[in-house]
Design a protein around this ligand. Sequence first.
Ligand code: SF4
Length: 341
Amino acid sequence: MRPFAYARADDVATAVRAAAPPAPTSLPPTAAPAQFIAGGTMMLDLMKLDTMRPERLVDINCLDATLGAIRPGPDALRLGALVRMSALGDDPVVNRDYPVIAQTMNLAAAAQLRNMASLGGNVLQRTRCQYFRDPSWKQCNKREPGSGCAALTGVNRKHAVLGVSDKCIAEYPGDFAQALVALGASVKTQGPAGARTIPFERLHLGPDTPDRETVLNPGELITGLIVPAGPWTRRSLYLKVRDRQSYAYALASAAVALDLDGDAVREARIGLGGVAYRPWRAHEAEAMLKGKRLDEASATAAARAAFAGAKPREHNGYKVELGRRTLVRALMQAKAMEVTA
Ligand code: SF4
């Protein structure tokens, strides 16, 4: 691991000042000299691998009093960026009113990691692509723009099939983000240029700039997340399919939320994970279900629409069928949920 400086911030303004670049820069935030650290479950991992090389870490754990709350309300669920995954997964109101969110927490990582990992860091998880994580591979547009992509002709069994390009086919590895994208959440940030609120669906960028993963600027801190309330949040769930039943990333996953009138779909919200370059909202599938009777046939048609644009490579073609089946199963399980008013 390379040497780095360490600073602890006592409030948001100090943290942002400490992480702000000294001069305007075109660097993507992940390459900026200063990085925020909370749980450290991703940052330290990537620093030890020499994939991330920050010169300075700004520790934000002391901001827990301002950024560590779970606040359910009639209009929205407000989550501080420093809420730990385990706290959100255990929260009784979230389990009742937003089960899809609680499930994305409890099906992720291991208990020790969930106790440490923060929500802000969680949504900024970087890909598990082995060619990205191992700097001895020279071809990786995400680490070194213009160097190529070793995964295109390498082992790509776990890579994405949706939203990919010839520049990068890395899969977005998180779970929580699929629930956030499905539920139309927003991200609150504070940066050198001030505060802003970003629709979650626009936080992550596409594969044409693999090294630039989000619209965040260097020194911009995620302070919280807002999940709007809606008639679909209680009938919601997360289905995750993986190589083993614990401590593994999704090969395919679906976060679904339904507002039903009997068997008919008033509104369906769908996020797909493990199969896409970024948190993926399946708008086409949602549109196909709206107003229809939800059954195996309509769910299958929606799943086909969700994967119509899939671009599989040599080893990950199975993800198209697996992703479709995962979505169908998630929709049918959500329909069968017993939901109390
Ligand atoms: Fe790098 Fe993306 Fe290619 Fe992986 S898929 S080697 S992250 S450019």
